[in-house]
Design a protein around this ligand. Sequence first.
Ligand code: DOR
Ligand code: ZN
Length: 338
Amino acid sequence: MQSFVINSALDMHLHLRDEDMLKLVAPLTSNTFSGALIMPNLVPPITTKEALLSYKERIKEATKEDLFDAHLTLFFQNNYSYEFLNDIKNDIIAIKLYPAGITTNSDTGVASMDVENLRPTLESMSKLGIPLCIHGETNGFVMDREAEFMPIYESIAKAFPDLKIIMEHITTKDAIELLDKYDNLHATVTLHHLLITLDDVAGGMLNPHLFCKPIAKRPRDKRALLKAALKAHPKLMFGSDSAPHPKHKKEACGCAAGVFTSPIALQVLTQLFEEHNCLDNLNSFISLNAQKIYNLSPKTKMIKLIKKDFVVPEIYEYNNENVVPMYAGEKLSWSLVD
Ligand code: DOR
Ligand code: ZN
């Protein structure tokens, strides 16, 4: 039987939430991944050392796995002092910037993306070598939000040439093209944006489980993302943006944004890279690129997959929490070996 081994997979953009949802979803990543970069958009967002360290403890308890490192991030504020950042820098991998109100729990994000408004915190981050992760969307027309953000990425990249910037969950050809223009720009791409376009979300019957921010774009965008991922473009990393919401918040009027992919990510990526005869590049895309960009040495964790059907569970549940994964009830062609 055909098999493939993934070595020390890293998910460089992950939402683990808190309480029962954390307990439900954390093991679904830590079982197979060697590490993950954890988003800070809790309620309230993580802005203090105390909140950060206690969240780290709760994650550690929930993952129940020694061969897994949770890399935490802080929620960007434009008034962090140099002293505060210097004190916290060894406890975080990066700081995540959300424009205010752009997505789930981002109301206290930054009101203005003007470089001068961001300068105090960015200057300290640049000096201290703390990477900046950005949710790059304006509040313009939904299909144009990411493309409209490109000049903002450029202004930050130019103003802070020593600052490592990660364009999170990119969804457009425009973002792929910008990657090579500035040495200090990098990006993550999700699994779902390599697979779907807006048609899959809203072209037929509305599929709330594929509704996310940024919204999936056009076929040409998907092609550009896929091309870069399949060749393991060295500035591009895998970041699932797996964002669990309970079923009743997805299958609802006023559907929450987020696609839950952690339990299927490795199987589907293997299937995708195999279909395109690019399996040789998968370990770079899912681990080596991130190791280089973030200077990480993950714990060795070999995960074997075999070409055998796997039917995705309809739902994952724990206590009163539940979440529906992408491809719920469908058959994948690769399975994890226990
Ligand atoms: O779809 C999304 N869900 N995009 C985000 O940026 C946030 C995430 C969430 O936290 O639910
Ligand atoms: Zn996210």
